[in-house]
Design a protein around this ligand. Structure first.
Ligand SMILES: Nc1ncnc2c1ncn2[C@@H]1O[C@H](COP(=O)(O)OP(=O)(O)OP(=O)(O)O)[C@@H](O)[C@H]1O
Ligand SMILES: [Mg+2]
Length: 42
């Protein structure tokens, strides 16, 4: 089972995806992790 990291904020346009993309890029590129990004917009 992988680790699940959630980036959550009720407000729109506060940088949730920006933070997430930079975080997973760092994990993949510099820490050799395999990552899956799900953007759950409603
Ligand atoms: N630290 C920052 N400084 C300046 N602009 C930023 C920063 N983080 C994000 N932005 C800009 O703010 C906008 C919204 O960012 P983003 O799409 O990551 O937010 P979001 O919380 O995922 O939005 P949404 O609720 O619409 O899904 C984008 O144009 C992004 O480039
Ligand atoms: Mg978003």
């Amino acid at each position: 089972m992988g680790l699940v990291i959630s980036t959550v904020n009720m407000k729109s346009g506060v940088g949730k995806i920006t933070l997430t993309v930079n975080l997973v890029t760092s994990l993949a590129k510099y820490h050799g992790k395999r990552v899956l990004v799900l953007d759950l917009d409603f």
